[in-house]
Design a protein around this ligand. Structure first.
Ligand SMILES: Cc1ncc(COP(=O)(O)O)c(C=O)c1O
Length: 357
């Protein structure tokens, strides 16, 4: 069997979460995955329990009910929405459909690792742009946008927590259009930003070279059920809807996602807690001599540590706390950990543990 070189060299991405360590334990306090501190809406849990009898039934392959609900939620037509088995499925399908060895891709780093992995599998060539705040480096970044290629932007960015404005994104998309290039904007955390609204969902009506990614994992606490979606031009989305595997999203996942967006005030309440706890964590961690916090707009914080991140992770694990060791994120090293913003009692436990280190 002769395998393609992109398959041979493919490296699965390392992530946080309790299964990222050799001894996963359910009693761990998991600060390594950035999930909404409220967890799933009780309406979702009720709906799942009520619908367990659907387990023997194939799900709707087009996620029609959910896409109709998303049409109302996003105010974007149904024909411009694709639903995926987590946002990650859409990243891979996008790269498979639109990129090949003929294309160049630009990725600001540090960022979410799956863009690089999926782009490399497609055979496209990747260039990286190192930045801790894309907005500050916007002109330089725009000057590096590829011709006939694609750019990935995570907004707000995981793991730095920095946000780029609609205005700057508009500049990037316009410039990319002139370069005959696509722009992939990952908004998986944008619904959890308390103080600014920089979503560019509406720009899909103006630009046909734009695709915007969303997920139920973070915003609605549904990491375990695997569901996300993307919004883009009719043409891009029809291709993604055509190539996805049949029945890519389970019936219970479609139901859970629909109930999530129908739960009144869920995101508003989540953002209130995040704002309060983000401020609490940041101000208290910054008082500690060994740690410095990056300015995050959302439900996680990148922390610069004077203690080696792998050693720090191990020490905290002895106290049943799991943080994200960022040493394997491109653009970072052993000086960085990332922590999720959780509830007050949980955040206090983390603070007590960090103080003793
Ligand atoms: C920025 C970003 N995009 C996408 C994903 C993947 O989301 P999903 O769980 O929906 O596949 C993650 C998960 O960590 C992420 O951080």
């Amino acid at each position: 069997m002769k395998l393609d070189s992109a398959i041979i060299s493919h490296k699965p991405v390392y992530h946080g979460g309790i299964y990222s360590i050799s001894d996963p334990r359910p009693d761990l306090l998991d600060f390594s995955s950035n999930i909404n501190p409220l967890g799933p809406s009780p309406k979702v849990i009720q709906a799942i329990k009520k619908n367990l009898n659907t387990l023997p039934v194939y799900p709707d392959p087009d996620s029609s009910d959910l896409r109709k609900a998303l049409q109302k939620y996003t105010k974007i037509p149904l024909s411009q929405i694709v639903v995926g088995n987590g946002a990650t499925e859409i990243i891979y399908n996008f790269c498979k459909a639109f990129l090949s060895s003929k294309n160049k891709v630009l990725i600001p780093v540090p960022t979410f690792g799956e863009y690089e992995a999926a782009v490399k599998l497609s055979g496209a060539k990747v260039n990286f742009f190192k930045t801790f705040d894309l907005e500050k480096d916007i002109d330089d970044f725009i000057s590096k946008l590829p011709q006939n290629g694609c750019t990935f932007i995570c907004n707000p960015n995981n793991p730095t927590g920095s946000l780029i404005s609609k205005n700057d994104l508009n500049k990037i998309i316009l410039h990319a259009k002139k370069n005959n290039s696509l722009v992939f904007v990952d908004e998986c955390f944008i619904e959890l930003v308390p103080q600014q609204d920089e979503t560019i969902l509406n720009l899909v009506k103006k630009y046909d070279n734009l695709i915007v990614l969303r997920s139920f994992t973070k915003s609605f606490g549904l990491a375990g059920i695997r569901i996300g979606y993307a919004i883009g031009s009719k043409k891009l989305i029809s291709i993604l809807n055509k190539i996805k595997i049949p029945w890519n999203v389970s019936g219970l996942a479609q139901l859970a996602a629909k109930e999530s967006i129908l739960t009144p005030n869920y995101l508003t309440n989540s953002r209130k807690i995040i704002l309060k706890e983000l401020t609490y964590l940041k101000s208290n961690i910054s008082k500690l001599e060994k740690f410095d916090c990056f300015d995050s707009v959302t439900n996680f914080i990148l922390v610069k540590s004077k203690i080696n991140s792998t050693i720090l992770q191990k020490k905290l694990l002895q106290k049943k706390i799991l943080v994200r060791d960022c040493s394997n994120i491109r653009g970072l090293n052993h000086n960085f950990i990332r922590i999720a913003v959780k509830t007050r009692a949980e955040n206090q436990k983390l603070l007590r543990a960090l103080k003793k280190i």
